[in-house]
Design a protein around this ligand. Structure first.
Ligand code: GLN
Length: 200
């Protein structure tokens, strides 16, 4: 594998420790055939990317695997340095400043000033779809919520790009995006493009 610097290609990563990473990877590749997309499992791979998607899955498991794979500290440093990031569902939880109903042993990066409640919309059985109006997109976006975190509060640095029943569902803070839904589960690449636009 070659670095962006070596290849001259733009390079983004998808954190691939657990959960719904594979479809994110193929959607990013669909967005731009010239883009290099790396599944990130090691600190070395993290060094290679200009931006990162943290996927949905199980935030407490991803949190544990970050420690087991020696990724917590390097990822915290990249996030603190302003690396563009898109956290989706469990990924949103991992970027939040406050996690309600979290496990005691799970830790988030406090990258976006958000308070989120894990499984705030209910269990797997309460999963649902909704057409969202998203700032910057002309047509509604079909969003799929699966054991989604509910955003209960946002800080003043956070821009709300879409809401569902008064709860923010897509937010932006500088070059950081987070969604409570799974943008990789439809074939609509508009949010992946929005993320790439923040990276490059
Ligand atoms: N409820 C899960 C968690 O706590 C997130 C669900 C998802 O990513 N679909 O991590």
């Amino acid at each position: 594998m070659v670095t962006t610097q070596q290849s001259g290609r733009r390079c983004v990563g998808v954190l691939a420790l657990q959960g719904a990473f594979a479809k994110h990877t193929s959607m990013l590749e669909d967005c731009d055939p010239d883009l290099e997309v790396i599944e990130v499992r090691t600190p070395k791979q993290l060094e290679m990317v200009d931006g990162l998607i943290i996927p949905g899955g199980e935030s407490s498991t991803i949190s544990k695997l970050l420690d087991l794979n020696d990724l917590r500290q390097p990822l915290a440093e990249r996030l603190d340095a302003g690396m563009p990031v898109f956290g989706t569902c469990a990924g949103m939880i991992l970027l939040a400043t406050e996690v309600l109903d979290g496990r005691e042993d799970q830790h988030s990066f406090a990258t976006i000033d958000l308070s989120v409640r894990r499984n705030g919309y209910g269990s797997q059985l309460d999963s649902f779809e909704a057409d969202l109006l998203i700032v910057g997109l002309d047509d509604p976006y079909q969003a799929i919520f699966i054991r989604a975190p509910k955003v209960e509060a946002v800080g003043s640095s956070v821009e709300i790009l879409a809401s569902i029943d008064d709860s923010p569902a897509l937010v932006r803070s500088g070059q950081r995006l987070a969604s409570s839904f799974h943008p990789e589960l439809t074939n609509d690449v508009r949010l992946h493009r929005m993320f790439l636009d923040t990276c490059f």
